[in-house]
Design a protein around this ligand. Structure first.
Ligand code: T46
Length: 136
C-alpha cells in the first residue's frame, strides 16, 4: 500500500518557521474546508471510517499523533510528528487517528464541504466495497 506523505517547505529565519499551503501547489486538490481537532483526551481513537469521495491532507501542527491507514487488505501506521509533514488520505481508505500527545492539534484540509452521506462508518460495508472494486 502506498502512503503519500508530504514534506512541506518551511520558511525559516531568525524569528522561527512558517509553512504556507496553497491548493494545487502544495495540496493536490481545491481546499473547500479546513477543520482541526484539539484537547483530544488520552487514549482516544478518532475517525474509524472511510470516505466515498473526499480527499484530505492531515497535518499535526502541534504535538504528534498516529494515523492507521487501512485499504481493506493492508494496514499501515503513519506517525505525524512534525508541523511541516502532511498525510494524504484519499477515498476508500479506512483511517483512525490515535495516540495524540498532550496538546496535539491535528489540522485537516479537505476537498469538499462536510457531508455525512460521504462517510462509510461500518467496517464490513467498507470491506465489501473494496472487495467489489478489486473484482471489477
Ligand atoms: C475524517 C477525520 C480525519 C462538522 O460539523 N463538520 C465537519 O467538517 C466535521 C469534520 C465534523 N463535524 C461534526 C460532526 C460530528 O458531530 O463534528 C463532530 C465530530 O466529527 P467526527 O466524529 O466525524 O470526527 P472524527 O475525528 O472522527 O473524523 C474527522 C472527520 O469527520 C473525518 O472526515 O476523515 O476527522
Amino acid at each position: 500500500m502506498q502512503v503519500n506523505k508530504y514534506v512541506f517547505q518551511s520558511h525559516g529565519d531568525e524569528r522561527g518557521q512558517l509553512v504556507a499551503l496553497e491548493e494545487f501547489r502544495d495540496i493536490p486538490f481545491r481546499i473547500k474546508r479546513v477543520y482541526y481537532m484539539y484537547d483530544t483526551a488520552p487514549g482516544v481513537v478518532r475517525g474509524r471510517h472511510a470516505h466515498k469521495s473526499l480527499e484530505q491532507i492531515l497535518v499535526c501542527i502541534h504535538g504528534s499523533c498516529k494515523i492507521t491507514m487501512d485499504n481493506g487488505r493492508e494496514k499501515k501506521i503513519v506517525p505525524l510528528e512534525r508541523p511541516y509533514e502532511g498525510l494524504y488520505v484519499g477515498p476508500h481508505m479506512w483511517h483512525e487517528m490515535s495516540e495524540f500527545s498532550e496538546g496535539a492539534v491535528l489540522l485537516v484540509l479537505a476537498s469538499e464541504l462536510y457531508d455525512e452521506s460521504d462517510y462509510i462508518r461500518d467496517y464490513d460495508e467498507f470491506l465489501k466495497m473494496v472487495e467489489k472494486e478489486h473484482e471489477d
